[in-house]
Design a protein around this ligand. Structure first.
Ligand SMILES: Nc1nc2c(c(=O)[nH]1)N[C@H]1C(S)=C(S)[C@@H](COP(=O)(O)OP(=O)(O)OC[C@H]3O[C@@H](n4cnc5c(=O)[nH]c(N)nc54)[C@H](O)[C@@H]3O)O[C@H]1N2
Ligand SMILES: Nc1nc2c(c(=O)[nH]1)N[C@H]1C(S)=C(S)[C@@H](COP(=O)(O)OP(=O)(O)OC[C@H]3O[C@@H](n4cnc5c(=O)[nH]c(N)nc54)[C@H](O)[C@@H]3O)O[C@H]1N2
Ligand SMILES: [Mo]
Length: 680
């Protein structure tokens, strides 16, 4: 190694349960290699295909390198390079004008482009709180499942990912783990080598389903019915842990009555399965120890998604699976970080005016940008500041989202690495640093380690970290509170309470394991007020199966016109809409595809490779058909999330998805979507 070569400790910033520890090799100020940290147990030295190419993204020739102002019509693609001072003066002046009427007319729009606690909602949140801007309800991904876990366990808590290696049965439920949770898959593989049985519960025959012993291909949005069918069998065969139920579960008698109404035949009929599949699955789950469930967010993107997640979260409480290492379930581990992260210090909600500003749900941004002022809604949205998100591509019903962002009287600022579909509709685009260029600290929603990310290189071009952009804006707005002068290191140091994750230890090692107990619920001890898992929840009752908004049961007239149920799960080589513009990854994915079963294709005169139009009352998506075994009859899979400008006719899959929300958690229902398909 030359003397100019050094290794920097990093963390993967992406919205993925794995939050890997990275080793970044820098030579002469340039990143030459990115590897997984072999010492970090969940990462065990391996990165996914996407992030091992992160340097290609950072040094991409199309990086936004300096601030730009729109010239010509909105969306016209004409930009003028401007200096930082001019850009920030301009933005401050515009925000001040809007805020002089009503600061709630300003809306921040952000999600998890980076999951970092520093470059996420620290300085940005302080800024918008102090301004009195509308608050954003960040629901686009996980809030139905999150509400379900909180109702059931008292928090977003679950198994240690490492413990799946000890399981004898793993239900991989609503998760394409090989694509979206690769480091869990490694532990599942270890269990498989020891003789464990792997079952995949997913409407799509995913690459993960290919590698499991059994694939239960249920209809989208029917997981609640399947869980109730399983419970029926657990009761009927007495595969229950009565002691665990008596001591650690509240509301079981009512749930038991409900479960008894769901014999396997009824569940199978709703799910589009054979009764024998339900019976067999129940037998395996009821009689194998340890038994683990890896639930993922795919199953909660439908009307009844929250109730279904509550039912599934209760399964290990019925069988006492929590007692064994390698038993239990995991949807999210992020709640383990709740006591460790000092969110109030990071985000300073105390800076908000009283009464607190209204809240806008990010999942209904399409409608909300098009709404006029009213007593119920409050002021029209006049300014949006987007960072860490690409709503024009990822938010549902995107024809309306794009129409909203195209409003001439809307002032839009986008902090980005690239000219995304959203940046295309901005008034001002500001260049943001990538993970290789800034400091951050991270928690995870799939393991229990806190991580640090040291900057490896100087910012590319004139890019600045999100924090610095909001710091400079705050100064221009005249915000003089001392928190607006905090450096990134001060913010990073204050993010974790030192007794949970000491910053200096994190810097030395790269990561720190939180002191989360082994077999956390072996003897109850849930995070609810009474320490029990709750089947019956005040205000919610006992969970039930709720059919999709868009199904033959709930909307027969709609189902007659649009008979196919569409889901739009992530493509393996993209991360939501991130990486779509990285050529090497895009060439692996090829082009936007709609997977369709041979019988459904034949009935419509569609062959493999036919360009098709996927449509409903909301819009129309044009892409290529992939006829084959990945789609079950009655279901089409539109893999996401492509940038519209890379799609045929400038469309992507969200043209057809709806803004309706889930039963609990106010989340989107991307996978509750009826369509029809025709050759284009
Ligand atoms: N490579 C890659 N990794 C990712 C992402 C990505 O885009 N690409 N996204 C990241 C994000 S933001 C998240 S939230 C996480 C988790 O994101 P998830 O969306 O949970 O990710 P997957 O596990 O890939 O996909 C969900 C699976 O659920 C299935 N599914 C769809 N509808 C249903 C249903 O009704 N019932 C059941 N049982 N299954 C259903 C889909 O077919 C798919 O295989 O992954 C993260 N990791
Ligand atoms: N149809 C359909 N739609 C979906 C889904 C689906 O399964 N089907 N999945 C949904 C889910 S689970 C999620 S989580 C959402 C995700 O939606 P988003 O959170 O919007 O995720 P991305 O599309 O990856 O966009 C993140 C953007 O942040 C930018 N970014 C990254 N780091 C930084 C930074 O440090 N600073 C700044 N300023 N920008 C940065 C990236 O360049 C990228 O353009 O999409 C949802 N949309
Ligand atoms: Mo997500």
């Amino acid at each position: 190694m030359s003397e100019k070569v050094r290794t920097v400790k990093g963390a993967c910033p992406h919205d993925c349960p794995d939050t890997c520890a990275m080793q970044v090799t820098v030579e002469d100020g340039r990143v030459i290699r990115i590897q997984g940290d072999a010492a970090h147990p969940p990462t065990h030295g391996a990165l996914c295909t996407k992030v091992s190419r992160y340097a290609e993204r950072t040094y991409h020739p199309e990086r936004v390198l300096h601030p730009m102002r729109r010239v010509g019509p909105k969306g016209g693609g004409q930009w003028q390079r401007i200096g930082w001072d001019e850009a920030l003066d301009d933005i401050a002046a515009r925000l001040r004008t809007v805020a002089a009427r009503d600061a709630q007319a300003v809306l921040p729009y952000s999600y998890a482009g980076t999951m970092g606690l520093v470059q996420g909602e620290s300085m940005a949140a302080r800024f918008f709180h102090r301004l009195g801007a509308s608050q954003l309800d960040r629901t686009i991904c996980a809030s139905a499942g999150g509400a379900a876990l909180t109702a059931t366990y008292g928090g977003k808590l679950g198994m240690h990912v490492e413990d799946y290696a000890e399981a004898r049965l793993i239900l991989i439920w609503g998760s394409n783990s090989i694509a979206s949770n690769l480091h869990f898959w490694t532990f599942a593989q270890a269990a498989k080598r020891q003789g464990a049985r792997l079952v995949c519960i997913d409407p799509r025959r995913t690459e993960t389903a290919d590698k499991c012993h059994q694939h239960v291909a249920l209809m989208p949005g029917t997981d609640g019915a399947l869980a109730l069918g399983l419970m029926h069998e657990l009761v009927a065969h007495d595969w229950l842990d009565h002691d665990y139920l008596a001591r650690h579960v509240s509301g079981w008698p009512v749930l038991r009555e409900r479960a008894l109404q769901w014999p396997p035949e009824r569940a199978a009929q709703v799910c589009g399965l054979a009764a024998e599949e339900v019976r067999e699955l129940a037998r395996a789950y009821g009689t194998t120890r340890p038994a683990a469930i890896r639930l993922n967010y795919g199953m909660q993107r439908a009307h009844g998604g929250g109730s279904a997640a509550r039912l599934i979260a209760l399964l290990p409480c019925l069988t006492g699976a929590w007692k064994q290492r390698g038993g239990g379930m995991l949807l999210s581990a992020s709640g383990w970080f709740a006591p460790a992260v000092d969110a109030a210090a990071l985000e300073r909600p105390d800076l908000m005016p009283q009464p607190r500003p209204r809240t806008i749900n990010m999942s209904t941004i399409g409608d909300d940008l098009l709404r006029s002022a009213s007593p119920a809604f409050g002021p029209r949205i006049d300014a949006v500041v987007v960072y860490n998100s690409n709503p024009v591509a990822v938010a549902p019903d995107s024809r309306r989202v794009a129409a909203g962002f195209a409003r001439d009287d809307l002032f839009t600022v986008v902090l980005e690495h690239f000219m995304t579909d959203t940046a295309d509709l901005a008034d001002i685009v500001l260049p943001a640093t990538t993970q290789l260029e800034h400091l951050d600290v991270h928690r995870s929603y799939g393991h229990t380690y806190a991580l640090v990310n040291q900057p490896a290189i100087a910012p590319v071009g004139e890019a600045l970290p999100n924090t610095e952009i909001f710091r400079r804006l705050a100064a221009r707005m005249g915000f003089t509170e001392p928190c607006f002068a905090d450096t990134d290191e001060q913010i990073a140091r204050s993010a974790f309470r030192p007794e949970w994750a000491d910053f200096d230890t994190m810097c030395a090692q790269g990561w720190v394991r939180l002191p989360v107990p082994e077999r956390p619920f072996a003897d109850g001890g849930f995070a609810t007020s009474d320490g029990k898992a709750h089947a019956d929840v005040p205000g919610l009752g006992v969970p039930d199966y709720l059919p999709n908004h868009e199904s033959a049961v709930s909307a027969p007239e709609l189902a007659a016109r649009y008979p196919l149920a569409m889901i739009s799960p992530p493509a393996r080589h993209f991360l939501n809409s991130t990486f779509v513009n990285v050529k090497s990854l895009r060439s692996i994915e090829g082009e936007p595809l709609l997977e369709i079963h041979a019988a459904d294709a034949a009935a419509r005169g569609i062959a493999d490779g036919t360009m098709v139009s996927v449509f409903n009352d909301r819009g129309r998506y044009v892409c290529k058909a992939a006829v084959g075994g990945r789609a079950r009859p009655g279901v089409v899979n539109g893999l996401g999330v492509w940038w519209k400008k890379f799609g045929a006719a400038g469309t992507n899959v969200n043209e057809v998805t709806s803004q309706r929300l889930t039963d609990i958690g106010r989340a989107p229902t991307f996978y509750d979507c009826l369509v029809e398909v025709r050759p284009a």
